[in-house]
Design a protein around this ligand. Structure first.
Ligand SMILES: CCCCCCCCCC(=O)SCCNC(=O)CCNC(=O)[C@H](O)C(C)(C)COP(=O)(O)OP(=O)(O)OC[C@H]1O[C@@H](n2cnc3c(N)ncnc32)[C@H](O)[C@@H]1OP(=O)(O)O
Length: 149
């Protein structure tokens, strides 16, 4: 059986994020998984997240995809390194480069690659693809909550 999504392993008290918390009633419920040494999250945005003109995605939502998949990737990488259950990370820093318009009504693939794990800090590089086009890239600095360490 395949492993549950990273977000489905967050402790209940930390599973209320609008982007990826399984316990948020109206959130996006993003799901992230290992794919070899990288991580992957797939998501098809609804037209209600339209950006400046029809057919394309709002930039805040793109940042959100990078943010939440980055947090999940950090948590999973730290857990895998330490041989412990997944714990909760929060965003210390989020950088996004918007390289090409991102379509709505198209399945997006967000891929994560761990750059560094140092103590409670994990740095992750991310890419958002739509039908083979790189639409955005990002880097996040995630920090494990002290009480989860
Ligand atoms: C109990 C529940 C607490 C809930 C917290 C907020 C939950 C919000 C969930 C989200 O929505 S995530 C998106 C919004 N993010 C936040 O609201 C986080 C607000 N910021 C913080 O809570 C703290 O600043 C944070 C936990 C991220 C870091 O504070 P710490 O005191 O735990 O970390 P510390 O200062 O010891 O730094 C740890 C490492 O991270 C690095 N770091 C911290 N902030 C950084 C930053 N902004 N940029 C780059 N690196 C950063 C820092 O340099 C250091 O690296 P080194 O170990 O290499 O020295």
């Amino acid at each position: 059986m395949s492993e549950p999504a990273f977000q489905d392993q967050y402790p209940d008290d930390y599973a209320h994020c609008y982007g990826c918390g399984r316990l948020h009633a109206e959130g996006h419920h993003l799901k992230s998984y290992w794919d070899g040494e990288e991580t992957v999250c797939r998501y098809t945005p609804d037209p209600k997240y339209t950006g400046g003109f029809p057919g394309f995605l709002y930039g805040g939502m793109i940042a959100s995809l990078i943010d939440c998949h980055g947090a999940g990737t950090a948590a999973a990488a730290k857990a895998r390194q330490d041989g412990k259950p997944i714990s909760r990370f929060v965003t210390a820093s989020l950088k996004v480069d918007y390289l090409a318009p991102t379509p709505i009504n198209t399945e997006l693939e967000i891929r994560g690659k761990v750059v560094e794990i140092k103590g409670r800090k994990v740095i992750v590089d991310l890419v958002v693809f739509a039908a083979g086009t790189t639409c955005a890239t990002g880097t996040v600095v995630m920090v494990q909550l002290k009480e989860q360490n």
